[in-house]
Write a protein that binds this ligand. Structure first.
Ligand SMILES: Cc1cc2nc3c(=O)[nH]c(=O)nc-3n(C[C@H](O)[C@H](O)[C@H](O)COP(=O)(O)OP(=O)(O)OC[C@H]3O[C@@H](n4cnc5c(N)ncnc54)[C@H](O)[C@@H]3O)c2cc1C
Length: 286
């Protein structure tokens, strides 16, 4: 029979030291304590801060109007329907909440896939579209990534945020996963299980399927990026102080990066054609 845990504490520090004693193994794995408070009261307070209209325009920026509701959703403190209803209450026109509700729907979709496939969530759902195969990817996460010692200010910064706060912005999760899988050719499973060690919203459905989406085993092409994109959506916070600025692994246009990462595919060529098409359209518009 499982032991009933104490619930009465005079303050958070007392609760944290009690939990450290009760969960010694977890404390050894990661002794950081997230600043996010638990409980329904804190969840409702966070829910009252959401701004769906601004979310739609700014969600890809690390200082955009994201909600940080995921830990409460993950642990069943808030449910998706009440969050959707709250979002619709805060807008004059329901269209202004559409992007936000779509993201909630993604979470639900991933849960439904998990319900259907169970432990197969740990298997690649489709072939890789990177020009490489399952066996080309290393199964161990290298120490320089795990310890934040790659020398890349952004990557080491993301690692520290992950380990110290248990939260990463969605765009940062995408960059970090893309770096691990495509630049370092590490299997998505190694990165996914490391994320689950630290994320306070860690959830096999959203996590593993998102890693697979980045990897291309749950999407039609791999997700990748370049330095310009990181600089733009992070307002330069990492690039500014990076000793490798201008000469880092992410430098180059999208087709140059794709050429390096996926030389045995036509991804770079498609990227070049897309860019040419976009430029032609732009010059036509004048
Ligand atoms: C590699 C990778 C790993 C991820 N691992 C997890 C995980 O373990 N647990 C988890 O809950 N989410 C995960 N996500 C999805 C997403 O990054 C987080 O849900 C989101 O960043 C949580 O922050 P938020 O509450 O501020 O999100 P907001 O942007 O404010 O979104 C509101 C809610 O919508 C849902 N949502 C938003 N974006 C996504 C998305 N892309 N996919 C699925 N649901 C979304 C979440 O429930 C989120 O709380 C992962 C994404 C990637 C790319």
């Amino acid at each position: 029979m499982s032991k009933n845990l104490r619930r009465d504490f005079t303050n958070r520090d007392e609760m944290v030291s009690y939990l450290r004693q009760e969960f010694v193994q977890a404390d050894l794995l990661d002794s950081n304590v997230s600043a996010t408070p638990g409980g329904r009261k804190a969840a409702e307070a966070q829910l009252n801060t959401i701004y769906p209209k601004k979310y739609a325009k700014t969600r890809n920026y690390i200082d955009g109007a994201v909600t940080r509701l995921s830990p409460y959703i993950r642990h069943g403190v808030l449910n998706l329907a009440e969050i959707r209803d709250k979002a619709l209450d805060t807008v004059d026109n329901p269209d202004d909440a559409e992007k936000f509700v779509q993201e909630l729907a993604y979470r639900e979709y991933f849960q439904q896939v998990y319900t259907t496939i169970g432990d197969d969530i740990w298997e690649s759902q489709e072939d890789w579209k990177t020009g490489y195969n399952e066996n080309d990817y290393a199964l161990e996460l290298p120490d320089d990534i795990r310890n934040g010692q790659t020398g890349l200010a952004c990557v080491d910064g993301w690692r520290n945020e992950l380990v110290e706060t248990g939260y990463l912005h969605n765009h940062v999760r995408m960059y970090f996963a893309g770096y691990i899988v495509h630049w370092r050719r590490i299997h998505w499973k190694a990165g996914a299980s490391w994320f689950l060690e630290h994320l306070i919203d860690g959830d096999p459905a959203s996590n593993n399927l998102s890693w697979q989406w980045v990897a291309s085993t749950f999407s039609h092409k791999p997700y990748y990026f370049n330095r310009e994109n990181i600089e733009r959506f992070t307002n330069g916070v990492y690039c500014k102080g990076c000793p490798l600025y201008g000469d880092c692994d992410f430098e180059g246009s999208y087709d140059e990066v794709a050429e390096d990462l996926f030389p045995n595919t036509n991804i770079a060529e498609e990227q070049r054609q897309n860019t040419q098409r976009r430029n032609r359209n732009r010059s036509r518009k004048g």
